[in-house]
Design a binder for this molecule. Structure first.
Ligand SMILES: Cc1cc2nc3c(=O)[nH]c(=O)nc-3n(C[C@H](O)[C@H](O)[C@H](O)COP(=O)(O)O)c2cc1C
Length: 377
């Protein structure tokens, strides 16, 4: 492995100093207690990441409402569950005060399970379409969740506008709603930019991020030119992200695809490095558009033993500011610490797809290739 100078060096993130440029991406583990409350398994997962020495850890998708869930045991942030989140932050910060602890806020939209309430924002299909008043109410739920997160002691929020969840569906060029949430980039980005503005107003220094799928690989989806287009044409996303940047976002976490429909775009598989290189290009594109906004690149786990080298290369060239690892953070939560101290001990993600299968089958998620990370040191 070439020497890794940038990846393990300190950086500023949202104006805050952090120890390295490794980000543990949001990874749903579908292990909440009843009502979406923080469980012992959830505490153990984040304790292991705190021990791992990540510069940034993003807590998995946490719903702003209990009535639209993608996972049977998904986390929910509301007045009833807040005490568990306070405990989670306390535990994390006691173990690792230097790392930034961000919570991803989400609404599953049409990807809510049949056990919940799937709802759509645009397009002709069988799920009920949200009204203007319902979208306004979901906007208020995001603002409430932002305030709860700030009060619980999180360093910031990441608004989920990727992977086909409601926030991402609204951004699509096919979203021709005739109301305040459709048509122009301003309208399509309204839910997300309002949440970002709310986060920036929540507390001085509170970090506001957004995660987008820059290209979804769907007709009329994010990263196309219009409702009838499927090929990649990113200029519309530049306009949409311009609105979100204007709301004061501190960072953009650049992902791709909709796992339920175009999974290999989101999580490239072994033997197809080309999909990973698309991620490098997507992060670079967003960095070129918004040089003053921090960028987290995605899908680095795909690089396996070369991931750190890829990250180093992209950081050195200014194509991204942080390298985001999803599956690798399950395979070895201690990855950053080991990268610095004992690289030969790293358990590299095998890209076996075991964690994704568990999630798809509504089971608690863990790495299926290695013993559960929590006990490792
Ligand atoms: C089990 C599992 C759970 C995931 N949960 C989330 C999530 O909560 N929020 C999110 O934005 N992405 C989620 N993702 C996507 C990952 O954050 C990441 O983008 C993807 O795995 C590709 O990155 P990697 O190659 O580093 O794993 C999940 C992926 C998997 C496999």
């Amino acid at each position: 492995m070439q020497s890794i100078q940038f990846l393990l060096s300190p950086a500023l993130f949202g104006g805050r100093p952090i120890r390295n440029r490794l980000a543990a991406q949001a990874m749903e583990i579908n292990s909440a207690d009843a009502g979406g409350a923080v469980s012992a398994l959830v505490l153990a997962r984040y304790a292991s990441l705190a021990a791992g020495g990540w510069g940034i850890v993003v807590v998995e998708a946490v719903s702003v409402t209990a009535d639209s869930l993608a996972r049977t045991n998904g986390l929910v942030l509301n007045g009833r569950t807040i005490d568990g989140f306070k405990r989670l932050v306390e535990l994390y910060k006691t173990a690792n005060p230097d790392s930034l602890f961000i919570i991803q806020l989400s609404h599953a939209g049409r990807l809510a399970g049949k056990f919940s309430r799937p709802v759509g924002a645009c397009g002709n299909d069988s799920v009920p379409r949200l009204s203007l008043a319902e979208l306004d109410a979901i906007g208020s739920l995001h603002t409430e969740a932002v305030h709860l997160a700030a009060g619980a002691g999180f360093d910031g929020v990441e608004i989920k506008a990727c992977h086909g969840y409601l926030g991402g569906e609204l951004l699509r060029p096919m979203n021709d709603r005739p109301d305040a949430y459709g048509g122009s980039p301003e309208n399509r980005a309204r839910l997300i930019s309002s949440a970002v503005a709310g986060a920036k107003a929540a507390r001085p220094g509170f970090i506001a991020g957004v995660r987008v799928s820059l290209y979804e690989g769907l007709r009329g989806g994010c990263g196309t030119a219009g409702a009838d287009d499927v090929i990649e044409e990113l200029s519309d996303m530049r306009s949409v992200l311009g609105v979100i940047a204007g709301a004061g976002v501190d960072y953009i976490n650049v992902s791709a695809g909709v796992p339920a429909l175009t999974p290999h775009l989101t999580r490239p598989v072994a033997g197809n490095a080309f999909d990973l290189y698309h991620h490098f290009r997507y992060a670079r594109t967003v960095k070129e558009w918004f040089p003053d906004t921090a960028v987290i690149g995605s899908a680095y786990s795909t690089g396996g033993e070369s991931a750190a080298t890829y990250a180093e290369e992209n950081l050195a060239a200014g194509r991204t500011d942080f390298a985001g690892f999803g599956r690798q953070s399950l395979a070895d939560p201690l990855f950053p610490r080991k990268l610095a101290d004992r690289p030969n001990d790293i358990d590299y993600c095998t890209l076996c797809g075991g964690c994704s299968k568990l999630l798809k089958n509504q089971k608690p998620v863990r790495c299926t290739a290695y013993p559960c990370g929590e006990a490792r040191t």
